[in-house]
Design a binder for this molecule. Structure first.
Ligand code: MG
Length: 252
């Protein structure tokens, strides 16, 4: 197993997939309000990927039954959209990946439903900050463990925990390529980062303990202690300088 270095053409295909992911997440974010059924979000994704000549990375992946993951409150990841109705004060993690011209991009965002309490607000802000600081550590010549350690330190120094059983990942022709990118680890460890490597960084941050449990549907992952969890993700490419974020929206 090795980390695939992408050509400029391959990165450009991922850039196009990334723009689609960003645009669709932006559309979904605007639909997050009290009274929305989570399956309505799935319908929007089905329509929007088709309109753009793309496909969902998630639909059918290991049998996953929807176009995106919608995870509410103590649900961390892999929530299946359905009849659940969003309520004022909920927090909702939207995780979506697209395939376009044979290449993939993957991103996630956690959105507040109406007005949320300070605890939820702090969690969302911290998780987004955790991702941004992780992205900033993703430099040519640094090591993979530098990203992991940066993410862990940012979240834990603010009193939160990072989920350990689920990780970021390489991405390209496949949604999940080598390497796994844990959201915890030791600086200076792991492979050296090189220009042209493409990663999906995705810290999942909990208010309480880092431990998880999988729900009765065999997909949805919950915090074991029932505390709130947030999830932010971007697909990035290592360059000679600052990493390029492929899923940052122009929101076209
Ligand atoms: Mg991912």
């Amino acid at each position: 197993m090795s980390i695939i270095i992408k050509t400029d053409e391959e990165i450009d295909a991922m850039r196009q997939a990334g723009r689609i992911v960003a645009a669709i997440l932006e559309i979904l974010s605007k639909q997050i309000k009290a009274g929305t059924e989570t399956r309505e979000l799935d319908n929007i994704v089905a329509r929007e990927v088709k309109r753009r000549g793309a496909k969902s990375s998630f639909q059918g992946y290991r049998g996953f039954p929807a176009n995106l993951c919608v995870s509410v409150n103590d649900e961390i990841v892999h929530g299946i959209p359905g009849k659940r109705v969003l309520r004022e004060g909920d927090i909702v993690s939207l995780d979506f990946g697209a395939i376009f011209k044979g290449f993939q991009a993957d991103a996630a965002v956690t959105v507040a439903v109406g007005k949320v309490n300070e605890k939820a607000k702090g969690l969302i802000e911290t998780t987004e900050g955790t991702l941004e600081t992780g992205i900033n550590a993703a430099r040519s010549g640094a090591r993979l463990g530098d990203i992991s350690a940066t993410i862990q330190n940012y979240a834990e120094s603010r009193g939160y925990s990072v989920v350990r059983e689920y990780t970021g990942h390489g991405i390209g022709r496949e949604m999940h390529e080598e390497p796994q990118i844990p959201n915890f680890g030791l600086p200076g460890s792991g492979p050296v980062l090189k220009k042209g490597m493409t990663f999906a960084l995705e810290p999942m941050v909990n208010v309480g303990d880092w431990r998880t449990r999988v729900g009765d549907n065999h997909w949805t992952v919950f915090t074991a202690d029932g505390s709130l969890s947030a999830h932010f993700e971007h697909t990035i490419v290592i360059t000679d300088g600052e990493p390029e974020v492929l899923t940052r929206g122009v929101y076209a």
